[in-house]
Design a protein around this ligand. Structure first.
Ligand SMILES: Cc1cc2nc3c(=O)[nH]c(=O)nc-3n(C[C@H](O)[C@H](O)[C@H](O)COP(=O)(O)OP(=O)(O)OC[C@H]3O[C@@H](n4cnc5c(N)ncnc54)[C@H](O)[C@@H]3O)c2cc1C
Length: 441
């Protein structure tokens, strides 16, 4: 079937198997090439493969054990964060780290070592994973954690599914009094004010995220809205919410039924959309449900179709904290790049974790959507060079364009990762369109 990531670019003809137990999954491994796929929320091609097989893991989604005293959960890796929320939020437990959509699997979150809005306080997803069972290319199943083969553990965290297939995971959830958040929106006039605002609120607020007006340049560059927040306690809730403090959300209320015509993507709609986003962000309610706080985009099902049939990509990079001037340069390149920069997020990430190919390190990260259009690849290539000059890197979980020459400068622990890959998968069974493209396989 024709398969794509969330960006609908690239779309590749893939052979897909959807096993519902481990035996069938192991039997479906194709020595010529195999890659696991979760819910396909990576934007580009890490869960695609043309010659070989794509193994959908969402049929392996059982909850195996839960300790209500510690929040320790053992589940199959195909379980989604949406299912975890549905089951455990009413009992007062939330995932400790979540990306901006709940329609992701635990396996996908480990393979991309995803980060959330509280990376500076909580680290990335792997920080809360105790261990996992991995199906190796040899057919052997091994349990890995920080004591049992730590090198394989850290090569698999952020390892893009290339060390083996995650079967079972033990991780910790977070105890909460309510499923609501306190938040505060701060309107900022330029980049200096934004970065200063983030640094000022960092210690007092675990959650922090900013939106900038991607069309603002010159002295207005970086104007936008910074939103900071924390978990709401029962006392923080207004009386009308106190009756159901652990409320869970339902399915998306609306959905984009088909790919919208590309006419919808033009400088006018871009300006209108950004003005609307700015207003919504600035007027944020002081107490908000996790759905609005973590997953505002999940409210519109299949919103990716809004970018039309050609699809889109998200370019996400991180540069060191001391490189604010280069961050400014990168934002200027994006604003003046002749493309249509749509949704965006700017955050400060906390210290780097031990995952060999894990994306986050302490610095400024910016993510921005671009519809696929002529000239985009050239702009992204120029941005890649500027990111490397700044000592930064691009996030593979969003990427669809990076070339092999960029991997070593962006990911200095690549050599260590390659050693583990050669040990556990010497014949290169686990590969993907992304791994072939960037030279990981
Ligand atoms: C709206 C939106 C917001 C997002 N926000 C963020 C964010 O804030 N932070 C962030 O870090 N990311 C974010 N992402 C990206 C997303 O969290 C990651 O791409 C995540 O990995 C997707 O999980 P998935 O289950 O869909 O995995 P897929 O996209 O299907 O696969 C991703 C990778 O995981 C591997 N994989 C999946 N399952 C297994 C398994 N069982 N064993 C081994 N490997 C496996 C695949 O091979 C692939 O390499 C966002 C994505 C969207 C669409």
């Amino acid at each position: 079937m024709r398969l794509a990531g969330w960006g609908n670019y690239p779309r590749l003809e893939c052979r897909v198997a959807a096993p519902d137990d481990v035996r069938k999954l192991a039997a479906a491994i194709d020595p010529a090439g195999t890659i696991a796929r979760g819910l396909g929320r990576s934007y580009g091609d890490p869960a695609l493969l043309e010659r070989g097989v794509v193994l959908e893991t969402t049929g392996l989604d059982r909850i195996l054990a839960f300790d209500d005293a510690t929040g320790r959960l053992t589940c199959e890796a195909g379980l989604s964060l949406a299912a975890i929320l549905e089951t455990f939020a009413p009992r007062g437990w939330l995932p400790r780290v979540t990306p901006g959509t709940k329609y992701v699997t635990v396996g996908g979150c480990i393979a991309n070592d995803v980060h959330g809005k509280a990376h500076h306080a909580d680290g990335s997803f792997s920080a809360h994973v105790e261990g996992f069972e991995l199906l190796l290319a040899s057919g052997e199943t091994v349990w890995v954690d920080r004591e049992h083969d730590p090198a394989l553990f850290w090569a698999s965290v952020g390892g893009m599914g290339l060390t083996g297939i995650l079967l079972r995971v033990t991780m910790r959830l977070r105890r909460v009094e309510t499923t609501y958040f306190r938040q505060k929106a701060i309107v900022v006039r330029d980049l200096d004010a934004l970065l200063a605002g983030i640094l000022e609120h960092d210690a007092s607020h675990p959650y922090s995220v900013a939106w900038i007006d991607p069309l603002a340049t010159g002295t207005s560059l970086g104007r936008g809205v910074l939103t900071v927040g924390d978990h709401a306690t029962l006392d923080d809730l207004p009386p009308k919410l106190r009756a159901a403090p652990l409320r869970v959300s339902g399915r998306p209320a609306v959905s984009v039924p088909f790919e919208l015509p590309e006419l919808a993507l033009n400088p006018l709609t871009l300006r209108m959309l950004n003005a609307a986003i700015g207003r919504v962000q600035a007027g944020a309610a002081p107490v908000v449900h996790y759905e609005g706080f973590f997953y505002p985009l999940d409210k519109i099902g299949q919103w990716n179709r809004g970018y039309g049939a050609r699809g889109f990509t998200q370019y996400q990079f991180v540069v060191p904290l001391g490189e604010a001037a280069r961050l400014r340069g990168l934002l200027e390149m994006i604003a003046k790049g002749g493309q249509l920069p749509f949704l965006n997020v700017l955050k400060k990430l906390g210290p780097q974790g031990p995952g060999h190919l894990s994306f986050p390190f302490e610095g400024w990260t910016f993510a921005i959507d671009f519809p696929i259009a002529p000239g985009l690849a050239e702009l992204l290539r120029a941005l890649d060079r500027a990111v490397i000059e700044a000592g930064g890197r691009v996030y593979l979980g969003k990427d669809a364009f990076l070339g092999p020459e960029s991997m070593a400068p962006m990911y200095p622990r690549l050599g260590e990762w390659r050693e583990i890959k050669a040990r556990v998968d010497p014949k290169g069974v686990f590969r993907s369109a992304l791994s072939d493209r960037v030279g990981l396989t």
